[in-house]
Write a protein that binds this ligand. Structure first.
Ligand code: ADP
Length: 715
């Protein structure tokens, strides 16, 4: 009995979901495609048959690191298994070969590129192969979120090995990817076993990407001690974000491909053992991670596809408890990713852009998130989920009887020949040269021009999800009318559709965003600049010697209301803060009151602790009058980078006495000339100074004297 083996070898009492059906099918030597969510127990679907059947199973798996874990786990259960890939030392490899030849193994895990090698095929041709499991089978499709070209050759290896039964497994497959898997492996005859993609314990939410750090910090503060993953595109961002979180007493660590294996494993283990609450990672993190209590997944940057999104959010709430998936959307991120696609081949570009479009459509749509996701994976869900932002918040609806009639009629009039893009062009009256429209079939050409293409896209999508239209062939993506669609045309009725969401910033918000890398209050900033300039006039000093613009932007970001907070936010010397600070605080307080602003209590100064330590070290070395080039060498930085760092320190109001060094590179008289120039200068504009003085002084001399000037002139 299969249950006995399940109990004896794997220690499980009963099969989960459709595991048994998949196992029985492959045991009958029938090809099988298993589409089940991550964590549902796919491995068992090929591991158990591998034990039962005679011979050795081959498991094709893309991730060498995960193979080892699986093999170790099997060996621990007394099931003989091994890995066969490029990372294994030659000596060990020849031992494994011997075991394979002698028929001692029940499972052999192989990387696709290793399997495709002639010598591997030769080795395996003389072995009794029980089955071939193609794990992470979506990697075979270039419509998948993780396409791996080497997977494409799997079919050739299968042929060379005499067509053993195939079991392909994946956690994510849209109808298109499913079609691709079956076709590429030539297993169209296979039984597809699919579990639902519905995750009722996940709460989905899409937010505009504004004040993101602040929102993330408050979110985590509201979920103290819970485990979560934050995904970013760049390594740099992961590290920056970790610093901000740490500053806010959040126990976080980063994870990306730039770390060596040791550090990666260390950070991952800390997270798995719940010693670190939050991991900020690039997408490299999470595959094969089996942590049941991940309570939230935050996408700081958008994922590259809806499939990737589902896969990544799927790492939350494996234990079935309520968990959150928050995606921060910004159209600029879409544009950025499209730009990154520029150098790819035309086909890759087209695919990537379409995947991105799906993600963008999902983000903008006001339709229940779960219904959208399930539709994407080919599942029908009639009811809304009640556990996403679109279900829980009020969304704008409109009655669209005329629009729906026009769209459905046009599809019929054009004999259900065109895809969505072409249909919408016809409706909005845009001719496409390559399509030879038959004028007679075009009674509705341009009749929908009163709406934008975006709006028509939204209507089209809703009619698909609501079952008025259906795409029968995932390869060509042409929509046909369903019975419901045809019935509607016979007897039209008002249909309530949802208006898309807008993530566009208002003009003032745009201005705010443009003016600073983070977000600061433009109105307050203006008031602070005015105040500073008045004080400057009264005291007959240059405004930037009181507070530089950078410091004022920090004040307009963090709204400090005490002298201590002000000192902390600006990095300005305490004496200066005491001298002028109160006036600034008064302006901030009034502004907060007048505008009903809730100051960010959670997000503390965005300063970087590691950087601060480094800065302190540099200041100490300068106090000890160490030669600047020597300081750069000792800190493994270029001389130019050191000067930049010193500029940053001095612009924060910290005095740096560089005379000891400047005296060795520049005569006193020339120093005086430069000093005078800076005194005359209206604004603190180093770029202008470099341009004005480039014939007489080197960049190094100008920059260093500028630092000296700021240090002497400031209060
Ligand atoms: P997937 O490959 O689908 O992501 P795994 O095969 O890694 O999932 O299994 C996830 C977890 O579920 C593992 O810890 C596994 O031991 C457990 N599991 C699998 N099948 C069963 C079962 N029938 N009963 C209980 N636990 C199971």
């Amino acid at each position: 009995m299969l249950e006995d083996i399940l109990q004896e070898k794997f220690g499980h009492k009963a099969f989960r979901g459709q595991q048994k059906k998949a196992i029985e099918n492959i045991l009958r030597n029938r090809n099988t495609l298993v589409i089940m969510a991550t964590g549902s127990g796919k491995s068992l679907c090929y591991q158990l048959p591998a034990i039962v059947k005679e011979g050795m199973a081959i498991v094709i798996s893309p991730l060498i690191a995960l193979m080892k874990n699986q093999v170790d786990a099997l060996n621990a259960k007394g099931i003989k298994a091994a890995c066969y890939n490029s990372s294994i030392p030659k000596k060990v490899l020849s031992l494994i070969k011997e075991e394979v030849k002698e028929g001692k193994l029940k499972l052999l895990y192989v990387a696709p590129e290793t399997l495709n090698k002639e010598e591997t095929i030769e080795l395996l041709q003389n072995v009794n192969i029980s089955l071939i499991a193609v794990d992470e089978a979506h990697c075979i499709s270039d419509w998948g979120h993780d396409f791996r070209p080497e997977y494409r050759n799997t079919r050739k290896a299968i042929e060379a090995l005499g067509y053993p039964p195939i079991i392909a497994l994946t956690a994510t497959a849209t109808p298109k990817v499913e079609y691709d898997i079956l076709k590429s492996l030539e297993i169209e005859d296979s039984l597809t076993i699919r579990s639902t993609f519905h995750r009722p314990n996940l709460y989905y939410e899409v937010l505009p990407k504004q004040q993101t750090e602040r929102k993330i910090v408050s979110f985590i503060k509201n979920h103290p001690g819970e485990s979560g993953i934050i995904y970013c595109h760049s390594r740099k961002k992961t590290e920056e974000l970790v610093e901000i979180l740490k500053l806010n007493d959040i126990n976080a660590a980063s994870y990306h491909a730039g770390f060596d294996t040791k550090k990666r494993i260390h950070n991952q283990d800390q997270f798995l053992a719940s010693k670190v609450d939050v991991i900020v990672a690039t997408i490299a993190f999470g595959m094969g991670i089996d942590k049941p209590d991940v309570r939230f997944i935050i996408h700081y940057d958008i994922p590259k596809s809806l499939e990737g999104y589902y896969q990544e959010t799927g790492r939350a709430g494996r234990d079935g408890e309520k968990s959150y998936c928050v995606l921060f959307f910004d159209e600029q991120d879409v544009i950025k990713l499209q730009k990154l696609n520029r150098h790819k081949t035309a086909t890759e570009r087209e695919i990537n852009n379409r995947l991105l479009n799906e993600l963008s459509t999902f983000s903008h749509s006001a339709v229940c998130r779960t219904r959208q996701l399930l539709y994407y994976f080919g599942e029908e869900k009639k009811e809304i989920c009640h556990h996403c932002d679109n279900c829980q918040e009020e969304r704008v609806t409109y009655l669209a009887q005329d629009e729906v009639t026009l769209l459905l009629e046009t599809i019929l009039a054009t004999k259900e020949r065109y895809d969505q893009v072409s249909m919408i062009k016809i409706l909005t009256g845009i001719k496409e040269e390559h399509l030879n429209y038959d004028e007679k079939e075009m009674p509705n050409f341009g009749k929908g021009a009163n709406h934008t293409q975006k709006k028509w896209n939204s209507i089209f999508k809703q009619l698909l999800i609501d079952g008025y239209l259906v795409i029968e062939n995932p390869e060509i993506e042409i929509a046909h009318l369903t019975k419901k669609g045809k019935d509607f045309l016979t007897k039209p009725y008002p249909i309530k559709l949802l208006e898309d969401l807008s993530f566009e910033l208002s003009d003032s918000e745009k201005a705010k965003k443009k003016g600073s890398k983070g977000t600061y209050d433009l109105g307050l900033f203006g008031k602070l600049v005015n105040l500073r300039d008045q004080i400057a006039i009264k005291n007959n000093i240059k405004p930037y010697l009181i507070f530089q613009e950078k410091a004022l932007k920090a004040l307009a970001t963090y709204f400090p209301t005490t002298i201590e907070q002000l000192a902390q936010r600006t990095n300005v010397r305490i004496s200066q803060v005491h001298k002028f600070g109160q006036a600034f605080i008064d302006v901030i307080k009034t502004h907060i009151e007048e505008n009903n602003i809730e100051p960010p209590t959670h997000v503390v100064v965005k300063a970087n602790t590691a950087k601060s330590t480094k800065k302190i070290h540099l200041i100490q070395q300068i106090d000890r009058k160490v030669d600047l080039r020597e300081i750069a060498r000792q800190n493994s930085m270029t001389y130019g980078a050191l000067i930049k760092e010193l500029e940053e320190i001095s612009s924060g109001g910290i005095k740096l006495n560089l005379s000891y060094y400047i005296d060795t590179i520049l005569e006193k008289e020339l120093q005086d000339d430069l000093y005078e120039y800076f005194q005359e200068m209206k604004d603190d504009n180093i770029e202008q100074a470099l341009e004005d003085l480039e014939d007489e002084f080197s960049e190094e001399e100008i920059r260093l004297m500028h630092i000296k000037f700021l240090s002497i002139a400031s209060y």
